[in-house]
Design a protein around this ligand. Sequence first.
Ligand code: PRP
Length: 211
Amino acid sequence: MPVEVHLVDHPLVADSLRRIRDKETPDALFRLNLERIGTLLIAAATENLPTEDVDVETPLTTAPAKRLSVQPVLVPILRAGLGFVHAAQELMPVADVGFVGVARNEETFEPHAYVNKLPDSLAGRPVIVLDPMLATGGSLAYTIQLLLERGAPAPITVVCALAAPEGIQRLADDGYDLEIFTAAIDDHLNDQAFIVPGLGDAGDRQFGTGG
Ligand code: PRP
């Protein structure tokens, strides 16, 4: 399947999802709970990273062990994706982090890039894209294009807190090979392309409206 969606059904994810949906949750708690969701989703999203067998010397003897065969590249989509970076780096401390800044035009909803800071080549390197919100899929499609141009191998992994059915469908229609890990698939997009019921604007709720 070109676009495979993994709904991460976990009590701690559900509990934090309630917090970030709640309009009364202050920004600091929003960030904390978003990061918790990120930790749990990223753990699920990395279950099949390739490993190789090695030996390790314990204080007593030699034990069989494993290490990652290749470090993934983490790609947060600014701004909201920054909310998953700390969680991802806690789990993968030596992974490279590339940045893509994508803003939606508020009238056309079309994405445009204002930051593009990626490794020149992504060949052979698993890529994990971080963005809490998958709404129309425009920002993600734009980012995936940039990653494919640099040779990112398929499938590309995507971690988001909320996804809209319209965005998933659009990415499938575009023919991308993606594994999407999300805490929820919401009902629909409204006429402002906001996810409903959603959580509002994940960038604004983490960083205010200054961006
Ligand atoms: C929001 C959100 C996603 C994107 C999703 O970002 O954080 O990145 O929109 O929408 P799409 O699927 O329709 O492209 P926004 O453009 O508001 O920027 P921000 O993260 O800086 O707030």
